[in-house]
Structure formats: C-alpha cells, structure tokens
Write a protein that binds this ligand. Structure first.
Ligand SMILES: *Cc1c(COP(=O)(O)O)cnc(C)c1O
Length: 392
C-alpha cells in the first residue's frame, strides 16, 4: 500500500513539476481583499480588471440594505439541507422561475446551483436521447466542454463564430440526427458578441436544429432590460435553451435555464446535478431574484459600461497595441507568452489587477491580457493604463 502511495505521489509531483516548468501552475497562495472595483493584496490597492462584476452591483450598499429590509427578522434561511426534489422545492424558487420565464419570453425556467451545474446537467440529459448530435463553438466555456464529455452524444466543434463552417457541418449530418448547436452570446476570451440572429436564421434551413445559448457574461449587462444578447437582437423567443448565471453581473450565485415546459419537465427527471445536489439556500435565491427583477432599472449602469468600453477600445486603438471584440471584456493582444507576462507585471505595478492569459489557454502567439470593465469605473481610473500603453 505504502509503495503504491509513493508511486502515486511521484506521479503527482511530476505532473506539478511539468506545470511549474511551463509557468502554468495555478495556486491559492495570494489571497485578495475585494470591494467593488478595487481589490488588494497586502497593502497595495489595485483596480480590479479581472472580475465579472459588470454592473458594479457588488459595491451597492443601497441594494443590500433594500434587500435586507425585506427580512427585518432575518427570516430567510441561509441553508437548504435538501435537494430540490426532496424538500427543497420552495415556493420562492417556483415564483422566481415564473418571473425569469416571463422576462426571457420562454414558457418555463429552472434554477441550478451554478452555471457549471447547469451546463453539466442539461447537455448530458439531452444527449441520452437517441440521435442527438452536439455542435459546439470552438471557444465554448469549460463547463460546456465538461457537459459534452459527460454526454453520450456524438459531437463536433465548429470554428469560432464561423457559421459557414457550422452550416457545412450541419448539411453533412445524417437526416436522422438532431443537431444541438451550443454557443455563448459573449465570449470571454475574445470579448466578441455572437450574431444570434444569424443562428436563428439557420433554423429555417435546418428545422430540427436546437439552439443552446449560454449568456453567462451577457445577462444583466446587455439588452435594454438587461436580458442579454438575445434580448438585444430581438430573438429571445427563438432560442430553445437559454442558460445564464447569477454569479457574474448579477452578483449572486446560481443559474437558470429558460426553455419549454416540456424540456423543464424532462430536466427535472434527468438532470443529475439538479437531482443529486442540495438546493440553493432561500437567502441566495431571494437575493438573485431581488437583483434579477431590478435588471430593467439598471439602464444608467449599462450605458456607463458601454461608454467606458468604447473609450477603452479607442484608447487601445490609439496605441500600438491591438484589441478585438466589441464589449466590456477588452482583450489586449500581446503575442508571445513572455511579452504578455511582462506587460501584466507592468500593469500590476501601476495598480491594475490583470492576469496574463497565455498559450495553451489561448493559441500560440495570441497571449493576451483581458481587461474586464465594471460600470462603476471611470475614464480617470483607466487613463493611467491607456497612457502606459501609449508610452510603451
Ligand atoms: C462563468 C461561466 C459559467 C459558469 O457559471 P458559474 O455560475 O460561475 O458556475 C458557465 N458558462 C460560461 C460561458 C461562463 O462564462
């Protein structure tokens, strides 16, 4: 037994050494304090450009107070102690699901413990059905990849946002197959927004096509009511499976799928992460619900975020660096891993919390720093960063 342990330890050490030697090891050594748009390590305070708090809700004490005033006797449980399918089916959850469905113009909605749970629940459940074939964008999030890995379905990837490629793959498919096209509405590596309208148009040519859209980075921050890219492009009703998380712009925890009543019923029976995991606590659901129902009112925040994003995009365009995308996630393309790492160090010492994203996370020669903006940031906050790029 001991020997066995030792060889396991040896293998683990080798694996970690390999990560160290390519500077790709992750660690939890540094711990951060965080408040609103700032974070700090030790005594230095940095502007946090690595977060997902797009609307700046995390620093909104007014909202926190308004929420807590609804529970003057603290009568909202912070624990759940049961799966949804046992005793965790709170009326609060069902009411909230009704509101999500209505907002997103779908028949029904279903809560999940996180976006990761949602994607790893829905894709395997669907692919247990005969004939299902998954076609996913090359850049989809790890939770979608893991959902596909847990699936029994056949699958293919199409080149990022290349719908001609997707169309070719679709036309090659045997007629008995049911294609599920999985995309994100806003990709966090390239900061680009997906043309959902074009995908919806594909459904005319391929009537069996099921459209699965993950709005994780867009819900709250895009659309006139904050209901995401699908709202912005006027296609909410046309998306078959619309996933979003409360963990990013919504400053809470948990996720939803908005879809048909039929699929909801199927998921309640087949989605294992839903059936076999403890339900979100009522306090968390209530907070998500409180913020979700306020989304239409955050128009100023969304306008500020849009204005700041175009300001940062043009600031980078006026330097010798390149960017891409068209959103509040602004990639700064730096080429080699080394150049990216050096720039991250410079930015960090100038007071900006940024992370180098290097090969193999992104293709070789496309290492980047991702500037993730928040509505409460100002041009003044970011001018030193743009100056740093202009003056090399
Ligand atoms: C962050 C993210 C998730 C995971 O959501 P969590 O609620 O954080 O688990 C899923 N999909 C995409 C596209 C994401 O960016």
């Amino acid at each position: 037994m001991k020997e066995h342990n030792n060889s396991l330890q040896l293998r683990i050490s080798r694996e970690l050494e390999l990560l160290d030697s390519t500077q790709s090891a992750r660690s939890l050594e540094r711990s951060y304090g965080r408040y609103g748009k700032y974070c700090w390590v030790g005594s230095s305070t940095l502007l946090n450009l690595s977060g997902n708090d797009y609307l700046g809700l995390s620093e909104r004490e007014d909202l926190r107070r308004a929420f807590l005033s609804l529970y003057p006797d603290y009568a909202v449980p912070h624990g759940s102690t049961s799966s949804r399918l046992l005793l965790g089916n709170y009326s609060l959850a069902s009411a909230f699901e009704g509101e999500i469905a209505q907002a997103l113009k779908q028949e029904a909605a279903l809560l999940f413990n996180s976006g990761y749970h949602a994607n790893t629940a829905i894709l395997p459940a669907l692919s247990s059905l005969e004939g299902v074939h998954i076609l996913a964008d090359k850049l989809v999030h790890a939770s979608i990849i893991d959902g596909i890995r847990l699936s029994q379905a056949s699958f293919e990837r199409f080149r990022h946002n290349d719908f001609n490629h997707l169309e070719r793959l679709l036309s090659r498919l045997e007629s008995a197959k049911i294609p599920i096209v999985v995309v994100e509405s806003l990709y966090s590596m390239d900061g680009d927004i997906t043309n959902l309208k074009a995908l919806v148009a594909l459904k005319k040519r391929f009537p069996e096509l099921i459209l699965y859209v993950d709005e994780a980075h867009a819900i709250g921050a895009i659309g006139s009511n904050g209901y995401g890219v699908a709202e912005e492009q006027g296609v909410l009703q046309e998306i078959d499976i619309l996933v979003g998380t409360f963990g990013k712009a919504l400053n809470s925890m948990g996720a939803y799928v908005a879809t048909s009543t039929l699929l909801k019923r199927f998921l309640i029976n087949k989605a294992r992460p839903l059936i076999f995991s403890t339900m979100l606590p009522e306090a968390t659901i209530a907070w998500s619900r409180f913020l979700f129902n306020l989304l239409p009112s955050f128009t100023v925040e969304r306008a500020q975020l849009r204005a700041l994003s175009s300001w940062v995009h043009s600031g980078i365009a006026s330097s010798e660096y390149r960017t891409c995308g068209d959103s509040y996630i602004v990639p700064l393309l730096l080429g080699s891993n080394e150049a990216c790492y050096q720039m991250a160090l410079r930015m960090q010492s100038a007071g900006f919390e940024v992370r180098p994203i290097r090969y193999p996370t992104v293709p070789k020669g496309e290492a980047r720093i991702r500037l993730s903006l928040t509505a409460s940031m100002t041009e003044k906050d970011l001018l030193p960063l743009i100056d740093l790029l202009r003056n090399r």
